[in-house]
Design a protein around this ligand. Structure first.
Ligand code: MG
Length: 203
């Protein structure tokens, strides 16, 4: 199982980090060890002093596929939730400055918190969902999936050119504006279309 993540998929977030808008999806991967078990707290790692949350829509693949066309891509995933792409922003900035890969800032153990999956039915429009992240009860990040630069089906098409997508793989579809730091003692709550799908305590 692997996790494919999209960077800079919301214009307002690309702007807040002073990045140009991409013309193709910006992909990076997290390994299986990055998944934070649902009932476990997130332990603040010692290698960063600037850990950020990034709340994102996550879809789970239900079929294996390669060279999936955008128009058929919706047949390849059938569950969705919200996740947190935990990011060591200080390490990411250092790596980017040197032009180096950013896995140490993005793909470390437990860096992918994943909420409870919700079924995608024929009535679900994954490009018409609102979501938010609360920190200690206060809403700090809000997003709407209509604002993605590359929609989920385009991401599946693009990613599957390079990587065979397998049942159980997760796709983190990018974060909207409003990313920010977390501290030990914080509680993060993820709300998808009015449903709390996950709560993560930082310890
Ligand atoms: Mg992200």
């Amino acid at each position: 199982m692997k996790i494919i993540c999209v960077g800079r998929n919301y214009a307002d977030h690309a702007k807040e980090l002073k990045n140009d808008l991409p013309t193709e999806p910006v992909l990076f991967l997290k390994p299986q060890n990055a998944v934070l078990a649902p009932d476990k707290p997130f332990l603040y790692p010692e290698f960063t002093k600037d850990l950020h949350y990034e709340c994102e829509l996550v879809v789970r693949m239900c079929k294996n596929g390669k060279y999936i066309q955008e128009k058929f891509a919706n047949r390849y995933y059938d569950e969705m939730t919200l996740g947190i792409d935990f990011t060591a922003r200080d390490l990411q900035r250092e790596q980017q400055k040197k032009g180096l890969p950013w896995e140490i800032a993005k793909a470390f153990d437990n860096s992918a918190a994943v909420g409870q999956f919700q079924p995608i039915t024929e009535h679900t429009d994954v490009q018409n969902l609102s979501f938010l992240l609360k920190k200690n009860g206060e809403t700090v990040q809000t997003g709407h999936t209509a604002d993605m630069i590359f929609n989920v089906n385009r991401i599946v098409e693009y990613a599957s050119q390079f990587f065979t997508l397998n049942i159980g793989d997760l796709i983190f579809t990018g974060t909207p504006a409003g990313v920010g730091p977390v501290l030990v003692g914080d509680r993060l709550e993820l709300v998808l279309d009015g449903i709390t799908v996950h709560t993560v305590d930082i310890k």
